[in-house]
Design a protein around this ligand. Structure first.
Ligand SMILES: NC(=O)c1ccc[n+]([C@@H]2O[C@H](COP(=O)([O-])OP(=O)(O)OC[C@H]3O[C@@H](n4cnc5c(N)ncnc54)[C@H](O)[C@@H]3O)[C@@H](O)[C@H]2O)c1
Length: 318
């Protein structure tokens, strides 16, 4: 399948990720056939897409007329064969269970012509394992987005062991057309790149809190106001270049051995989860959200992210 020949895509799963990703495809001009097993979930996805449309217009990210046209390009169905009819590209965003995804890919392959690109938004399952049930694993690749999908620019394009160069190139081109920032992950390893970085930081943060070095609030503040303050503009390797590689190399010699090597989650974290403190969705986590509106917190988060996105686009364009 050539990139230029792609005009209609199927989105498989309309949950947290499926709704936002559908919006991005539609905004870039693609027709989207959004499928879910649950009609209620499709209704919720439509409401969410409408909310994204409103927010994007309000924030000046898209003209009202274009936003309306984008939304009209999204159709929904509870029938898998209907969603796959006439599509050139499929993005799967169903629950993170290997057998469920394999079952979907088996059906997708039998219902689509052999050159249709089949991508998965899996967070961490191996692309190779998902594609192992396919007769044409070369057209299966990873397209890993970050939440909220409609705002965060990064998309990891993952090469499974049998993914062809052509499939990687097409997923990359589609990602660029969506206005996102693709990164090619050349090896099908757990966590790909973004989750490995995210969880390396989380492991050290948990370790520092568990050992009483710092409070949860202050570990977050340290990242937001110090190390993380630079991250939208300078990655860790650029930071090292600017700071002097001799200095950073020297620090590695004594500090790496001090860093956490935990291979499972620490006990205090297990305990919090066992107590049902799951973060904002249950009112308590590392912080107390009782009496706080979840919608309001997420809205505020999205507004901060949009401000950041605008700034990144502005700098990129200058
Ligand atoms: N939520 C995140 O932050 C995030 C980030 C990146 C990647 N992902 C990955 O994206 C995928 C989807 O995650 P999510 O957070 O949107 O999940 P979700 O639970 O919000 O949505 C999954 C949707 O799939 C539907 N579904 C269930 N069985 C199905 C089937 N057989 N066929 C089609 N749809 C089916 C559900 O009804 C639901 O609407 C997962 O693989 C997840 O690991 C999630």
């Amino acid at each position: 399948m050539k990139f230029e020949d792609i005009h209609t895509v199927a989105m498989i799963g309309s949950g947290t990720m499926g709704a936002g990703m559908s919006w991005c495809f539609a905004q870039a001009g693609y027709n989207v056939q959004l499928y879910d097993v649950s009609p209620q979930q499709l209704e919720r996805a439509c409401a969410r897409i409408q909310a994204i449309q409103k927010l994007f217009v309000q924030e000046g990210l898209v003209a009202a007329q274009d936003a309306q046209a984008a939304r009209e390009r999204i159709v929904t169905t509870t029938k898998l064969d209907e969603s796959l009819a006439g599509v050139q590209y499929v993005l799967e965003a169903a629950p993170e269970k290997l057998d469920l995804k394999q079952n979907l890919f088996r059906q997708m392959e039998s219902l689509c012509p052999p050159d249709t690109i089949l991508a998965t938004n899996t967070s961490g399952l191996r692309i190779t394992d998902i594609a192992s049930v396919c007769h044409h694993p070369e057209r299966v690749g990873g397209m890993h987005w970050a939440n909220p999908a409609e705002i965060v620019p990064l998309v990891e394009v993952i090469r499974g062991e049998r993914t062809s160069d052509h499939t990687v190139a097409v997923i990359y081109q589609v990602t660029e057309k969506l206005g996102k920032m693709p990164v090619v992950v050349n090896k099908d390893i757990p966590g790909f790149v973004s989750n490995r970085l995210q969880y390396a930081v989380l492991r050290e943060a948990l370790h520092l809190v568990e050992t009483g070095v710092v409070s949860a609030q202050d570990v977050d503040r340290t990242l937001k106001c110090g190390v993380g303050f630079r991250y939208p503009w300078l990655g860790p390797l650029e930071t090292a270049d600017l700071g002097g590689l001799d200095v950073f190399h020297g620090i590695c010699q004594y500090l790496f051995k001090e860093l956490s090597h935990m291979t499972t989650s620490p006990e205090f974290f297990d305990q919090i989860v066992q107590e049902g403190k799951l973060g904002i969705k249950t009112g308590q986590g590392f912080y107390d959200y009782r009496g706080v509106s979840r919608e309001e917190v997420l809205r505020k988060r999205d507004l901060y992210f949009i401000r950041q996105l605008k700034l990144i686009r502005e700098v990129k364009a200058s």
